[in-house]
Design a binder for this molecule. Structure first.
Ligand SMILES: Cc1ncc(COP(=O)(O)O)c(C=O)c1O
Length: 188
């Protein structure tokens, strides 16, 4: 190939990848009501394919310049000081849970033996960090077909023990009223 330099080579390779995306990967028909929405589909377009190609051509196989940029821009976007990338959803669950065990949280710290309220239909690694730490998961049933916390049943999770930590996946419209209700009940 008659490339003048690496930068030009990259641009040409990425332009070809973008074309490849449009020719072979792009969904040509727009979404229509009744189309299947998959739970964990890969959602990408030529921008992701080109970014992936860029990273591949760096051949930097661990956290590097793209991760640094993502952490900074994501933190800014959601309005927090720091964001930390991890390798998987399960690792994210683990560090999110462990952050809630920090002594700096004072009374709000989750301690060993505390009960944590979670949803009966969730991902296993939502629960495993709590068990690993020594907290006790308490499950609240779900509604079908939403598979979200049944807001009519949170009292079932109430016991005299301290409880905290709602499920990471429950939608906030469900979570906020459930947490409020539980906290009120605890105070009674
Ligand atoms: C709430 C939650 N935790 C954990 C996971 C698992 O992620 P991973 O397979 O990347 O560990 C998922 C995946 O969908 C998830 O939704």
């Amino acid at each position: 190939m008659a490339w003048k330099n690496e930068a030009e080579a990259r641009e040409q390779i990425k332009a070809m990848v973008a074309e490849y995306y449009h020719d072979f990967k792009e969904k040509k028909t727009p979404y229509q009501e009744g189309d299947r929405i998959t739970y964990a589909a890969r959602v990408f377009d030529e921008k992701e394919m080109c970014a992936l190609t860029d990273a591949t051509l760096d051949f930097w196989l661990t956290t590097g310049r793209f991760a640094d940029r993502f952490e900074k821009e994501f933190a800014k976007w959601i309005g927090v000081k720091f964001a930390h990338l991890v390798n998987s959803g399960s690792s994210a669950n683990l560090i999110a849970f462990m952050a809630l065990t920090a002594p700096e949280l004072g009374d709000r710290q989750i301690r060993k033996g505390d009960e944590i309220i979670t949803v009966a239909c969730g991902f296993p690694t939502t629960v495993t960090p709590a068990i690993q730490y020594g907290a006790v998961p308490v499950f609240v049933d779900v509604t079908v077909p939403q598979y979200n916390i049944d807001v009519t049943k949170p009292e079932a999770a109430l016991s005299p023990k301290p409880a905290s930590y709602p499920h990471l996946r429950a939608h906030e419209t469900v979570l906020v009223p459930v947490c409020r209700l539980l906290l009120e009940k605890k105070k009674e």
